[in-house]
Design a protein around this ligand. Structure first.
Ligand SMILES: *[C@@H]1O[C@H](CO)[C@@H](O)[C@H](O)[C@H]1NC(C)=O
Ligand SMILES: *[C@@H]1O[C@H](CO)[C@@H](O)[C@H](O)[C@H]1NC(C)=O
Ligand SMILES: *[C@@H]1O[C@H](CO)[C@@H](O)[C@H](O)[C@H]1NC(C)=O
Ligand SMILES: *[C@@H]1O[C@H](CO)[C@@H](O)[C@H](O)[C@H]1NC(C)=O
Ligand SMILES: *[C@@H]1O[C@H](CO)[C@@H](O)[C@H](O)[C@H]1NC(C)=O
Ligand SMILES: *[C@@H]1O[C@H](CO)[C@@H](O)[C@H](O)[C@H]1NC(C)=O
Ligand SMILES: *[C@@H]1O[C@H](CO)[C@@H](O)[C@H](O)[C@H]1NC(C)=O
Length: 410
């Protein structure tokens, strides 16, 4: 449903395949759960992009945790499903992560894979089966942990998920049962969450989720897709802040998300900022993107063509077309490409680009917006960052920037 634009396609002419020349360091020794609260530098590795992003080309030394995506929930909760290609690739993923002293997690769910979470946690007997399925899978593949990417408990996600008003309570009980299991007690357990706290039984954001702080190692907040093809106007994919813009444009941000999750009982050092290595494109008419009274400056939050058929596509991960290459310089900054307008939004602290000929408007992240996000991780004492997805940042432009700002050694 989204038009994803990995940073790759905005870079000057370089094809993804040509540009993946990534050295990686070999380190050894590992443990599962951390006794301490070391900073987390995580990324989700999308199994289906492994041809473009081979394991050997991942910059393992930039990460502490890598999360293989995705295993799918099953109607029968005594199993968690892996596609045949994932069954082949996952052991290599775990082996490569371990060879690099990186924790290997498996994410269960995702946008399409969480259909049966609600059923699987719904009662004691189903939870027991689900705990067995998860621990068996983790043992079979030598995983260090499991990421629960339920989109979303007691809320509409893709539309076909089973659901219950008791989803959040049941998920907590599942995690408590998993922690009571000898193997489960050793796993690194994480959750991937929306910017608002999960819905309680009344359907409103929960106010007390402190039980999750006791059972999970961290919760990663997906601060992306805040604006996209589904929005009323074009706007930032991943705003750092939104309380500084007009109320109509306040759709959430990293700042409001961590405030809300923290108020719901999750300490800052259990929160990880989810960050995107992709952008969203919109078709914006010239008159809306470059209103005459702006004297050539690019408008923020312009209206766009809502007709899906007119929505601009991204790169080869979105379409066979690659319409946008050449907008940015090789180092990922805007270098003044012909016919391209650039704007920096001071409130969301993210950049925008616009091709006035094709009328394509792009919300994205760059090294500067990632630096702001890294500063934010550090100044708020968050546990770290998690980037969707590994291959979107194949030149390490974004990860280097956020690591340095968040306080990782270079
Ligand atoms: C992975 O890296 C190797 C060594 O740098 C390179 O030869 C290869 O083309 C890369 N693979 C892809 C798919 O980019
Ligand atoms: C428990 O799981 C089974 C499938 O294994 C399902 O049919 C049943 O509805 C679930 N129980 C609840 C209370 O959802
Ligand atoms: C729960 O599922 C029902 C039946 O599929 C659906 O109509 C409803 O919208 C769902 N509610 C939520 C909050 O997901
Ligand atoms: C919040 O939830 C925790 C764990 O579920 C519980 O122990 C605690 O009493 C709750 N706090 C409040 C104020 O309801
Ligand atoms: C967000 O904006 C508000 C209002 O301008 C400001 O007080 C706050 O410091 C900003 N927070 C961040 C993280 O930029
Ligand atoms: C990136 O490249 C552009 C164009 O080549 C150059 O002007 C700019 O100084 C570079 N910026 C950084 C941070 O290296
Ligand atoms: C802007 O769009 C036009 C029309 O599609 C295209 O010819 C041009 O190459 C684009 N500019 C850049 C820098 O991609």
């Amino acid at each position: 449903m989204f038009s994803f634009l990995p940073l790759a396609i905005l870079l000057a002419g370089a094809s993804l395949n040509e540009a993946l020349h990534i050295p990686y360091a070999h380190r050894h020794s590992r443990s599962r759960r951390d006794a301490n609260t070391d900073l987390v530098a995580a990324s989700w590795y999308a199994g289906w992009h492994s041809d473009d992003v081979p394991l050997a080309n991942v910059s393992w030394n930039k990460y502490t945790h890598m999360i293989y995506s995705f295993a799918l929930t099953s109607a029968d909760g005594s199993m968690v499903t892996l596609a045949d290609s994932d069954k082949e690739l996952l052991p290599q993923f775990v082996q490569t992560a371990h060879a690099n002293n990186v924790k290997a997690l498996l994410s269960v769910g995702g946008w399409t894979g969480g259909q049966y979470f609600s059923t699987n946690v719904a009662d004691a007997s189903n939870r027991t089966s689900f705990v067995s399925a998860l621990t068996d899978l983790a043992k079979q593949y030598s995983l260090d942990g499991i990421d629960f990417d339920w989109e979303y408990p007691n809320n509409v996600g893709i539309g076909c998920n089973t659901n219950s008003t008791a989803d959040v309570d049941n998920l907590l009980q599942l995690l408590q049962e998993l922690r009571a299991d000898p193997a489960g007690s050793q796993f690194f357990l994480t959750a991937t969450t929306p910017i608002l706290p999960w819905n309680d039984a009344s359907g409103s954001p929960a106010t007390n989720l402190s039980g999750f702080a006791d059972t999970l190692d961290y919760l990663a907040i997906m601060n992306y897709d805040v604006y996209g093809s589904f929005s009323a106007t074009a706007g930032p994919n991943s705003p750092l802040n939104d309380t500084c813009t007009s109320s109509a444009n306040q759709q959430g941000s990293a700042a409001t998300a961590i405030t809300a999750w923290n108020a719901a009982g999750i300490p800052m050092n259990k929160l990880v900022l989810g960050v995107p290595a992709y952008g969203h494109s919109f078709r914006v008419a010239q008159a809306d993107a470059l209103p005459s009274e702006y004297n050539g400056a690019l408008a923020l939050y312009p209206k766009f063509d809502q007709n899906v058929a007119n929505q601009p596509l991204g790169d080869s991960w979105d379409t066979t077309d690659r319409p946008d290459g050449g907008w940015l310089a090789e180092n990922g900054t805007f270098g003044g490409a012909d016919g391209i307008k650039y704007a920096w939004d001071e409130c969301s602290q993210t950049p925008f680009l616009y091709n006035s000929t094709s009328e394509v408007y792009v919300a994205y992240d760059d090294a500067t917006s990632y630096q702001m996000k890294g500063n934010f991780v550090k100044s708020n004492g968050l546990r770290g960052f998690a980037m969707w997805e590994t291959g979107g940042d194949y030149k390490d432009i974004l990860v280097n920037s956020i690591r340095s700002a968040a306080g990782f050694s270079s």
